[in-house]
Ligand binder design. Structure first.
Ligand SMILES: Cc1cc2nc3c(=O)[nH]c(=O)nc-3n(C[C@H](O)[C@H](O)[C@H](O)COP(=O)(O)OP(=O)(O)OC[C@H]3O[C@@H](n4cnc5c(N)ncnc54)[C@H](O)[C@@H]3O)c2cc1C
Length: 342
């Protein structure tokens, strides 16, 4: 039997991943997304860390840690399909005895997930007292991976339609340019899914957490990512990316000089070689957040419309997991991340 057509709203990492999993499952897939001239894609402002240990270990529920570690493992196969590399170097730093004690706890907890993290020699140039290598975590470059996802989606037979979706009904999508009929619809428009709240009131549970990053003309002290509290420094194409600010309920897609100065100063304290080096790029994006910081996935309040949003600060890490989960939920919704929990 031929499978019905699926329309996905949004071509960020989550929408594209849903599209790829849907095509692989034999569906006919169209993604409706804003044209590149106006598109706001948080995924392109992101650091690209795939960091289940840093995000979850010792600080979230077992269920959420399982979701994050499974997502990380899925990336190994997904990266092969996309023909991209994931840097395996991810360091978490500790300065004070309490911070180092927390790293020790993470080292022990990592064994539950089949790892045994190690403390390593502190890379040259970093001002800190301890560095734990999080062997599960990795880093990708969104600027490289995003076009590869788009290519894979198209090569598998997917179609992109450029339009802004304004409203939804059972089986119907209303865009600025045209209207579309579809038995199955997936809403994957990141924080901007919230614009569809008149059609789907559960999207009121989404709120923006604005984030900014800067790029500095200086090589990073090591390959991969290095994190200390809210500051991270990452190596990308011979430069250093520094992130990230975190501002709840702020829906401004532009960067702000004061925040950029704060990012720069925090990074210089950690890695003094950055002092005096030029900031060559700044980016801002809105993370799709929810009150329990978990995604909103699966069947919506309208039959045939599914949700794939709320990935908050882990949209890259979760992208293949969400794609797999949401496509599977079309036939059998596990309800774990249902909007009904709110
Ligand atoms: C500064 C920063 C750093 C981050 N670092 C990391 C990190 O290191 N690791 C990690 O895993 N995550 C990170 N994130 C989070 C990650 O970027 C997000 O979770 C992820 O982008 C969410 O993906 P998405 O596809 O749901 O949304 P988005 O990436 O925002 O994509 C949404 C898409 O929907 C389209 N769209 C929106 N509205 C409409 C509409 N009405 N009609 C049609 N199309 C529409 C947009 O044009 C866009 O293509 C970071 C985020 C920020 C801001």
């Amino acid at each position: 039997m031929t499978k019905p057509e699926i329309h996905i709203i949004g071509a960020g990492p989550v929408g594209l991943s849903c599209g790829i999993f849907a095509l692989e499952a034999g569906y006919n897939v169209k993604i409706i997304t804003e044209s590149s001239e106006v598109a706001h894609i948080a995924g392109l402002a992101a650091g690209g860390m795939l960091a289940p240990a840093y995000e979850c270990l010792c600080q979230s529920t077992q269920e959420f840690s399982d979701f994050a570690f499974t997502a990380r493992k899925l990336w190994d196969g997904f990266a092969k399909n996309l023909n991209i590399a994931i840097s395996p170097n991810a360091l978490s730093l500790g300065e004070t005895p309490e911070e180092i004690e927390f790293l020790e706890k993470q080292k022990i907890a990592s064994r539950v997930f089949g790892y045994d993290f190690d403390f390593i020699e502190i890379p040259n140039g970093l001002k800190t007292n301890a560095a734990l290598k999080l062997a599960s975590d990795g880093l990708l470059n969104p600027m490289v991976v995003y076009p590869q996802m788009l290519n894979l989606f198209k090569n598998l037979g997917g179609t992109i339609i450029y339009d802004e979706v304004l409203a939804l009904e059972k089986g119907k999508i209303f865009g600025k340019v045209g209207n579309y009929n579809s038995e199955i619809i997936i809403v994957a428009a990141g924080y901007q899914s919230h614009q569809l709240k008149e059609s789907l009131p559960e999207l009121n549970h989404l709120f923006p957490t604005r984030g900014q990053v800067i790029e500095i003309d200086c090589p990073a002290p090591a390959d991969g990512s290095i994190r200390y509290h809210s500051t991270y420094i990452m190596s990308r194409a011979g430069k250093t990316i520094v992130g990230a600010t975190s501002q709840n309920n702020n829906d401004d897609w532009s960067t702000n000089q004061e925040d950029i100065d704060t990012l720069y100063n925090n990074a210089c304290r950690l890695y003094p070689s950055l002092v005096g080096k030029e900031i060559i790029n700044t980016r801002a994006g809105l993370r799709p957040n929810t009150t329990d910081e978990m995604p909103i996935l699966g069947q919506s309040s309208i039959e045939g419309i599914f949700l794939a949003t709320g990935a908050y600060r882990n949209g890259w890490l979760f992208a293949p997991m969400i794609g797999k989960y949401v496509i599977e939920s079309i036939n059998n919704d596990p309800l774990t991340y249902s909007y009904k929990r709110f």
